[in-house]
Design a protein around this ligand. Structure first.
Ligand code: NAD
Length: 330
């Protein structure tokens, strides 16, 4: 492969296959190396000739980046960019790209699936029937979905998908999102207190940061007037789990569907694991075979775009524009 125009290194990847990437870099005649390294010195050694990098967990620190003179682009598998020193990349003229929207369909479906499972008590009755009990009264009371109100905390890409889908069930959607200037179609924007008061279902779709950590805590649960169902497919620490357990025990909320938890995997003694009205999944919201293929293909396309002189679809460090190492034609 000594004649390739470009070299691309995948620093690390736990997907078990790289067919999508091979196809993309074959198309542009780039050499592809799967290094499977994560330590600083190993990264520097493995990537020193690379024109482009793809990483998953490997930390691309300033020291690593300063030692990669040819690197023009870093594309991360996924949404979050915490493993990359963005400031260092920008200083060095390296474009950093990601794929922020590869699993919107999956995460929004996970949210709706958990809501339907809770409201129809699917997991509860499954356990009963399989243990020899056939009695609908065990699930009483159950309520109709149509006509209820869903409150979204955060109404970005995934929140909007959830809103569109749940509207087909006749559910009204309200949202608290301090960064939206105007309400997206079909959603009424409101403040957090009103949302807590009026929602029959509260679904979390904001990012985890200093202002959202434990946003849904003891005080928030006390403001919930409709004994709502709580859904979280975003990040565990946005809900104060101790306060949620208390709220479930006191009957302030009717149940919860959680794809994410404060500690993953949870402590086996976590009371949520024993509660009939709580359903859990092991942070699978992002996953389908199709979403992973799309992620891999688009992560690779981000790198090819830059090597061919174009900007990638999603640039995380836009401040780099105008001072990129790669010559970009538009
Ligand atoms: P997004 O950036 O498109 O939307 C997030 C929205 O939250 C934005 O509209 C933003 O204005 C809003 N927001 C920010 N701070 C807020 C606050 N303090 N209160 C209320 N709203 C606030 O992100 P997205 O693609 O919709 O993803 C949402 C979250 O889903 C991600 O942050 C991620 O943590 C999570 N996620 C989970 C999985 C999974 O496997 N379960 C997969 C992908 C994403």
């Amino acid at each position: 492969m000594g004649q390739s125009r470009y070299q691309v290194v995948i620093t690390d990847c736990d997907h078990g296959y790289i067919e999508e990437e091979k196809k993309e870099f074959g198309r542009i005649g780039a050499e592809l190396i799967l290094a499977q390294v994560q330590k600083e010195d190993d990264l520097i050694r493995a990537c020193k000739e690379a024109d482009g990098l793809i990483n998953q967990y490997a930390l691309l620190t300033r020291r690593v980046l300063e030692n990669l003179p040819k690197c023009k682009v870093i594309s991360r598998y996924g949404v979050g960019l915490d493993p990359v020193d963005l400031k260092a990349a920008t200083d060095l003229g390296i474009i950093v790209a990601n794929v922020p929207d590869y699993c919107m369909d999956e995460v929004s479906n996970q949210t709706i699936a958990m809501l339907l499972a809770l409201i129809r008590k699917v997991a509860f009755f499954d356990r009963k029937v399989k243990s020899g009990q056939w009695d609908f009264r065990q699930g009483r009371p159950m309520y109709r979905l149509k006509g209820r109100t869903m409150g979204l905390v955060g109404s970005g890409r995934i929140g909007l998908e959830v809103a569109k889908k749940i509207a087909a069930f006749g559910v009204k959607v309200i949202a608290f999102d301090p960064y939206l200037a105007k309400a997206p179609e079909g959603i009424e924007l409101t403040d957090l207190d009103t949302l807590l008061k009026e929602s029959d279902f509260i679904s979390i779709h904001c990012p985890l940061n200093d202002s959202t950590r434990h946003l849904i805590g003891e005080k928030a649960f006390q403001k919930m007037e409709k004994k709502p169902l709580i859904l979280n497919t975003s990040r565990g620490p946005i809900i104060d789990e101790k306060a949620l357990i208390q709220a479930l025990n006191k009957g302030l909320v009717s149940g919860a569907g959680l794809d994410v938890m404060e500690k993953e995997p949870p402590d086996p003694r976590n009371p949520l694991l024993k509660m009939e009205n709580v359903i859990l999944s092991p942070h699978i919201g992002f996953y389908s075979e199709e979403s992973i293929s799309e992620l891999k293909r688009r992560t690779a396309e981000n790198v090819s775009a830059v090597l061919l002189g174009k900007m990638p679809r999603s640039v995380a460090n836009r401040e780099v524009i105008g001072k990129t190492r790669a010559s970009i034609s538009g």
